[in-house]
Design a protein around this ligand. Structure first.
Ligand code: GLU
Length: 274
């Protein structure tokens, strides 16, 4: 089977050096393995991901010298699929409606409530246990019920530290994750699990910041009968001396560097792809 890699930016702002590193690493690993390289635009946040940011993002990637397969999948065109998947989980009793606001959750969970890896309060189970109220609702995964359907422990294959490792996945760290948001008919976790499978992605190469998210992605893959890719979570980008780049250097938009006369070659060399 030909390997499939993807770089999946969320264009709710301009791409910076961190994105460039991730995209270049994906493309290099794809080339080394004779694989395909896709770009996926993760623009479910339709109020923030404007058409012009999407166009700028693709323009920046082309400027960097990257080439990818067309057509580029935009998640904002796929809401019906995400809804259908949530419905299918609901038909197995694994989903509940939740009308809680952030304030409701804070109040119900209390001051020292446990948090998920992103720092959000773990859902205290209000609507799961007592039913949803009136008004707009999100759909949440009943995490305990989902885990209870598994035939064994979850894990994933990780190559980010060198030799392949098998990492135990504990999706309960995310609690009853939102599958369909109140404001947008999708969520990052659901969309990424579905699209990696639909696009036949075999290798997920992405930043360390998404390492913990893999546990909930593995649970969703398992519940939805989707294959598990191999994961490669890369470390923060380093400069030529192997030192961490400063925060401002990492977050300067590529466009700004371009406007200052920095070339794509300069960036590739600086990131170790010279
Ligand atoms: N769209 C996500 C981000 O930009 C990355 C998704 C992924 O690689 O799984 O943070």
């Amino acid at each position: 089977m030909q390997p499939v890699f993807r770089f999946a930016p969320s264009p709710n702002g301009h791409l910076h050096l961190g994105h460039a590193f991730s995209a270049l690493l994906n493309a290099r690993m794809a080339a080394e393995k004779g694989g395909r390289f896709l770009i996926r635009i993760e623009d479910i946040d339709t109020s923030r991901c404007t058409d012009s940011l999407v166009a700028d993002c693709l323009d920046d990637l082309a400027w960097l010298g990257l080439a990818w397969e067309e057509p580029v999948l935009r998640q904002s065109t796929q809401f019906a699929r995400y809804g259908a998947a949530a419905d299918s989980l609901a038909s197995h009793g694994l989903v509940f409606r939740c009308t809680c606001t952030r304030g409701d959750i804070q109040k119900a969970a209390g001051e020292d409530a446990p948090r998920d890896p992103d720092g959000a309060i773990l859902y205290p189970g209000t609507c799961r246990d007592h039913g949803a109220g009136e008004g707009p609702f999100a759909l949440r995964l009943d995490c305990r019920a989902g885990i209870a359907t598994l035939s064994g422990p979850l894990h994933w294959r990780e190559t980010g530290e060198g030799a392949e490792q098998v990492i135990p996945a504990d999706p309960s760290i995310w609690g009853d994750a939102v599958l369909i948001r109140k404001d947008v008919p999708a969520s990052y976790h659901l969309a990424v699990a579905l699209d990696d499978a639909m696009q036949g992605v075999t290798h997920v190469v992405r930043g360390r910041d998404l390492y913990a998210a893999t546990a909930i992605h593995r649970l969703l893959q398992s519940l939805l009968g989707l294959p598990a890719p191999v994961y490669h979570h890369h470390a923060l980008i380093l400069d030529e001396e192997g030192k961490k780049l400063s925060k401002s250097a990492v977050s300067t938009p590529l466009r700004q560097l371009r406007a200052q006369g920095v070339t794509a070659g300069d960036i590739r060399r600086r990131l170790g792809f010279g």
